[in-house]
Every structure is written in structure tokens, then in C-alpha cells.
Write a protein that binds this ligand. Structure first.
Ligand code: AMP
Ligand code: ZN
Length: 477
């Protein structure tokens, strides 16, 4: 039984899908105006882990992750989509490119980073700019039903009309009255009304025709348009980073539920922030690291993946190079373990040895994951197997059938962790050829040639080991 912490109910609830065996899932995707940073990666890794574990327990998941290429304003964290500059336009000015060039460039970077992180691609990555008609349709519906109003070509959602406003974030209108606000838009009735459509100034680059003005949509409406378009009115799971909760997703709920008259999302799942020196890592603060920064320091995408899996998604995590170093050591430990198991598995079976009960470990892994995706505890189960089995490998009491059994267990567990181990990486054909030539050199006792070939193989980033079971080749991690 899978229990997930639901930001909406503020408790761990048993997960049940709307349609048996199927899950509709939506993840707030990147605003493609700058390089994805590792804080963003943490948010997408959470979405990936949710999806992988649901698939592990037998669900068929459909995941939609949007691309925000319009409408996200610089003041959106504090205002209601009615002040600040469009982040895309600002980047276009900075880089002297069109907003479209900016969007495509950073979207490509995002897709590439997800690939390197071994995040399984969403089934679809809809772009906000390709869904303006759907957004207009929802805004029209909200106007018709009296939840929105238009003034001077701008359209706002009237938060006083939705009595559940604040149910996700706790920012009810009562609570919000106290907070300080930045300058209000003159066309608004209430301070907390948020923009659905904004009339564009003459020189504005990204604008579309609408019944109200030539303008552009507010940031929040895109997620309502794209989730209902691809997943229907009510979805099982919606994920994001904790900063998405307010105002963005609070607004998503208000406008979608008022438009459809149905519950928008059953489970809201959020990752807490990745911090640097105690502050949120963010593009706007400029205190960010990208995957390139990580690799430049000699670490790999998988070191980062393991680092994130090593802390619970609901704990705020401070990024440090020391913790990444620890993750790197742990990846190597797992890698060596798998290589050793493969070596034992390929030997002739010795049947009279004690059998390992792998179910005990699998139960621990599943119990941890079922408890709100407790990946650090699930990893602890893996480290436990490693310690126990390594002892048996050292004193040669591990049978090859047990080694095979544990390899199968790892494969199963790793379908959730998604770690690509260097020992299991694809070895290119030209490297395989060098390994073969080196074997021939060794057979012919040409040790000089054998050493030269080893040096050449290592220069290509591979590690070659001579074991009693022959040459073993793997990618240097
Ligand atoms: P953005 O491109 O700014 O819209 O952010 C994309 C995703 O990354 C959103 O789900 C954010 O909530 C998430 N995010 C941004 N910064 C962090 C951070 N420091 N830690 C975790 N998630 C983050
Ligand atoms: Zn969203």
C-alpha cells in the first residue's frame, strides 16, 4: 500500500487512482529562459521517482510536463501575474535573440539535462505558446460563469468568488490580508485577484489576438489549459517544487475547479527546495549550479542522482561538494558490488552453499518506498545487502545462483532508482576491439603491447581490470 504526503490534505494518504491501474500525472515544467539548475533537477527527479515507483507497483502512468515559454513574469512569486517583465522577453533582450530562439535553446538544454540524469521523458512536453486557444476558451468560460472580469483589455480571476481559495497553500483570503503587497494593478477589484489575460503594450514581442485585447496569458492559466487538454478535468497527481504552491498552483486550482465544476487534483506532491548556503538555489538569485558545473568538478550526473535520492524529497537539502563526494563514493561501492556479483554469477554453480533470502531486502525496499517514497531508507536496504553479500564474496560462500538472484533483485530495485552504473554502460565497439587485441597480446606474452593497449583504453575513459575471470571493462565513474 503506497502512502503519499498530499500537500492538499497535509497528511500521508493512501494512493488510489481514479481509473484502476492508470495514473494521470502533471508536472509543472521549466520556464525556458535560462539554464536548468540542479534545484530544478531535484524537482524533476521527484516527478521521475513518483512515476518510476508507480510503474514498479504496476500502474500505467501518463506524464505531462509543460514548457513555459510565455507569461511567467519576474514578479510572479510576490504578485498575481500582473506586474514585472516577462522572463522570456528579458532573456531575449539580454542575449539579443528572439523569444522563440531563447525558448528552443533552453528547452533543448532542459531535455538534454533530463536525458543525462536518466529521467524518463514525459509522454508529452506541451508548450504554452501552442495552447493559447485552449487558454482563451477557459478564460471565456470563467467570464461567462462570473468568476472573472475584464477591464481595459485585461482579464482577472476574482478570488472572492472561489470559497476554497487557499486550500492548498493555507493562504486563504483571511490570512493574506495581513501580508505586504507590491504595487497593485489599477484594473483589479481585489488585491489578490490574479491575471488571466494581460493587454500587451505596443512594443511587446509575444502577443496574441483575443476577445479582450491583443495580449498574452497569465502564467497560471497555461497549466490548467494543458492539464485538462491532455489528462482530463481531474488528475491523479500533480507535482512541483514547493515554490510552485503559491501563488501558481493555488491559482491553477481556483481557475480549473471554477471552470470544470470538478475537483482538479487528488494528490499534490511537492519537493522542498535545494539550498545553497541556506538560501534557495534559483535562477533569479544567480546562486545556481548546473549539471555542467558538477561535471567540471569531475562528478557525474549519476553522482548527483544518488545524492538527491539520499535525502527525502520533503526535507530541505543544502547542496555541498562534500555530500556529492560521498555520493560518488557510494556509486562506486554499488558499481564494484555489481561487477563482483557478475563475476560470481558467471562461475560454475556451487549448489551446496547457503541460500540468501532476497525477499527480506525487497520487503525493506518496498516498505520504505511505500512510506511516502522514503528513498534514503530504501537505499539503506541496498547498502545492507551489499555489506552482507560482500562478506560472502570475500569468504567465497556466495553461490553463482545467489549472485544471479541478487543481480535480478538489483535490476528490479534500480528500475526505481534509475542509476546508470559505469559497469553497465554501453561499451563502444572500438573499445571492445582494443580489449580483444589486448587479450591476444597477453596470450602471446607481448606485455609491452598489452600495457600500451591498457593505457589507450584508459585514455578513452574506461577502466580495465584483470580478474581471475578475465578482463573486466567499465566506464570510469
Ligand atoms: P522554473 O523553471 O523556475 O519554473 O522552475 C522549474 C521547477 O523547479 C519548478 O517546479 C520549481 O518549483 C522547481 N525549483 C526551482 N528552484 C528549486 C530549488 N532550489 N529546489 C527545488 N526545486 C526548485
Ligand atoms: Zn504549473
Amino acid at each position: 500500500m503506497l502512502n503519499l504526503y498530499n500537500t492538499l490534505s497535509k497528511s500521508k494518504d493512501e494512493f488510489k487512482s481514479i481509473n484502476p491501474g492508470k495514473v494521470g500525472m502533471y508536472t509543472c515544467g521549466p520556464t525556458v529562459y535560462g539554464y536548468l539548475h540542479i534545484g530544478n533537477i531535484r524537482a524533476y527527479l521527484l516527478s521521475d521517482t513518483v512515476r518510476r515507483y508507480l510503474e514498479y507497483i504496476g500502474y500505467e502512468v501518463r506524464l505531462i510536463k509543460n514548457i513555459t515559454d510565455v507569461g511567467h513574469l519576474t514578479d510572479d512569486d510576490v504578485a498575481q501575474g500582473d506586474s514585472g517583465e516577462d522572463k522570456m522577453l528579458k532573456a531575449a533582450e539580454r542575449e539579443k535573440k528572439t523569444p522563440e530562439e531563447i525558448a528552443r535553446f533552453y528547452e533543448e538544454y532542459f531535455r538534454q539535462t533530463e536525458k543525462e540524469m536518466n529521467i524518463i521523458p514525459a509522454h508529452f512536453f506541451p508548450r504554452a505558446t501552442a495552447h493559447i486557444p485552449q487558454m482563451i476558451k477557459i478564460i471565456e468560460g470563467l467570464l461567462e460563469k462570473g468568476y472573472a472580469y475584464e477591464k481595459n483589455g485585461n482579464v482577472f480571476f476574482d478570488v472572492t468568488k472561489f470559497e476554497d481559495y487557499g486550500k492548498l497553500s493555507g493562504n486563504t483570503l483571511e490570512n493574506l490580508k495581513i501580508g505586504a503587497r507590491i504595487e497593485e494593478h489599477p484594473d483589479k477589484k481585489n488585491a489578490w485577484d490574479f491575471a488571466l489575460w494581460i493587454k500587451a503594450p505596443e512594443q511587446h514581442l509575444m502577443k496574441w489576438e483575443s476577445p479582450w485585447s491583443i495580449g498574452y496569458p497569465g502564467w497560471h492559466i497555461e497549466c490548467s489549459a494543458m492539464s485538462t487538454e491532455y489528462l482530463g478535468n481531474t488528475i491523479d497527481i500533480h507535482t512541483g517544487g514547493e515554490d510552485n504552491i503559491f501563488p501558481h498552483q493555488e491559482a491553477e486550482i481556483a481557475q480549473t475547479e471554477c471552470y470544470t465544476g470538478q475537483k482538479f487534483v487528488n494528490f499534490w506532491i511537492h519537493t522542498r527546495h535545494l539550498l545553497v548556503d541556506g538560501k534557495k538555489m534559483s535562477k533569479s538569485k544567480g546562486n545556481l549550479f548546473t549539471l555542467e558545473d558538477i561535471k567540471e568538478k569531475g562528478f557525474s550526473a549519476m553522482d548527483l542522482r544518488l545524492l538527491f535520492l539520499s535525502s527525502h524529497y520533503r526535507s530541505q537539502t543544502n547542496f555541498s561538494w562534500d555530500s556529492l563526494e560521498q555520493a560518488h563514493t557510494n556509486i562506486q561501492k554499488i558499481n564494484d558490488f555489481i561487477l563482483n556479483l557478475e563475476a560470481v554469477a558467471s562461475r560454475t554453480n556451487i549448489t551446496n552453499l547457503e541460500q540468501i533470502n532476497t525477499n527480506v531486502f525487497l520487503e525493506k525496499f518496498e516498505a520504505a518506498m511505500n512510506d511516502d517514497l522514503n528513498t534514503p531508507l530504501a537505499l539503506a536496504a541496498v547498502y545492507e545487502i551489499i555489506t552482507e553479500v560482500n562478506k560472502k564474496i570475500d569468504n567465497e560462500t556466495l553461490s553463482s545462483s545467489d549472485a544471479k538472484k541478487i543481480l535480478m533483485l538489483w535490476k528490479k530495485i534500480n528500475s526505481v532508482f534509475g542509476l546508470i552504473l559505469s559497469g553497465q554502460a554501453e561499451i563502444p565497439e572500438e573499445i571492445k576491439l582494443l580489449v580483444k587485441q589486448r587479450q591476444e597480446a597477453r596470450n602471446g606474452k607481448d606485455f609491452k603491447k598489452s600495457d600500451d593497449l591498457r593505457a589507450l583504453i584508459e585514455k578513452h575513459g574506461f577502466i580495465l581490470e584483470d580478474t581471475k575471470d578475465g578482463q573486466k571493462i567499465r566506464l570510469a565513474s
